[in-house]
Design a protein around this ligand. Structure first.
Ligand SMILES: [Zn+2]
Length: 281
């Protein structure tokens, strides 16, 4: 191939890559990370921007600034930027943007949140409380806005879910287990080890061969929420916040756990199970 042909081929490949990247940033998988969001209407709140499609009936979002303040208080941490919330008009659009049909997801770096159509329809039909999902995702968004690139791959995914469930007080709501129901399962040796949960944070959960249960995801999330609640009740909120904040600084999770709580994570989990089960009697 002569040098002219090589040049033309290189330019063609470059142009195709630019087109693919541009398309993904506007319509596809890069949208959660794109500096600009096009093709949506915008509703501006004090601390958040909601992106939606014209003619679309929005779920109740009036309290979003209040929920953001509440999350900052619970996590003792500030959002680094406004929270972008994208409301998909169809589940297909959610799948196109995020690659997943889950009800809601938040993404690293900008902490952008994407909601499926399903969760909005369920809210309008009063089947599932949108506020709970919103507050849950706002917790992820806050954590993700405060993580480094390295941290998005190393921050414990169980803790990310646990603190979101805890801060949204999801126990017994929208299909999630009450703390008592979690304890009843633990008493029958139904336990999902936190390390079975997938990394990195933005990945959809994996199916664990070790764990079979109907409504398993509801149980797993509820169990992780119970662990956070138990850490706060047993060791105090201050120590829990030190643990959470140190992990945001990319420190080794097991070393931090031992130094903050004075017990290894594995030993703690046995104590957690015993404490939960003892509450049943
Ligand atoms: Zn979550």
């Amino acid at each position: 191939m002569n040098s002219k042909k090589v040049k033309i081929l290189s330019i063609s490949v470059f142009v195709v890559l630019i087109i693919i990247t541009g398309y993904s940033a506007v319509y596809g998988r890069l949208l959660p990370y794109s500096p600009v969001i096009v093709g949506f209407e915008q509703k501006i709140y004090k601390k958040a921007t909601v992106y939606y499609h014209k003619g679309y009936s929005l779920p109740t979002l009036g309290e979003i600034d209040e929920l953001i303040d509440k999350n900052e208080e619970i996590h003792r941490l500030k959002y680094k930027r406004r929270v972008d919330i994208i409301l998909c008009e169809s589940d297909q659009e959610k799948k196109r943007i995020t690659g997943s049909l889950t009800r809601a997801q938040s993404f690293p770096f900008f902490g952008r949140i994407v909601f499926s159509r399903k969760v909005q329809d369920e809210a309008i039909a009063n089947e599932k409380p949108f506020r709970v999902y919103l507050q849950h995702e706002l917790s992820h968004s806050l954590t993700q806005q405060n993580l480094s690139l390295f941290g998005t791959f190393t921050f414990p995914a169980w803790l990310n879910e646990g603190i979101a469930v805890y801060s949204a007080d999801q126990f017994g709501k929208a299909g999630y287990f009450t703390q008592r129901e979690v304890a009843e399962h633990l008493s029958q040796d139904v336990f999902f080890h936190p390390y079975w949960w997938s990394q990195p944070l933005q990945q959809a959960p994996i199916e664990s061969k070790e764990f079979k249960l109907k409504n398993k995801y509801y149980f797993i999330y509820s169990e992780f929420g119970c662990i956070v609640d138990d850490l706060i009740n047993t060791y105090g909120r201050d120590r829990f916040i030190v643990y959470y904040h140190q992990l945001l600084e990319d420190k080794d999770s097991e070393e931090v756990f031992l130094s903050v709580f004075g017990v290894s994570f594995v030993d703690y989990l046995n104590e957690f199970k015993a404490r939960m089960v003892s509450k049943l009697s």
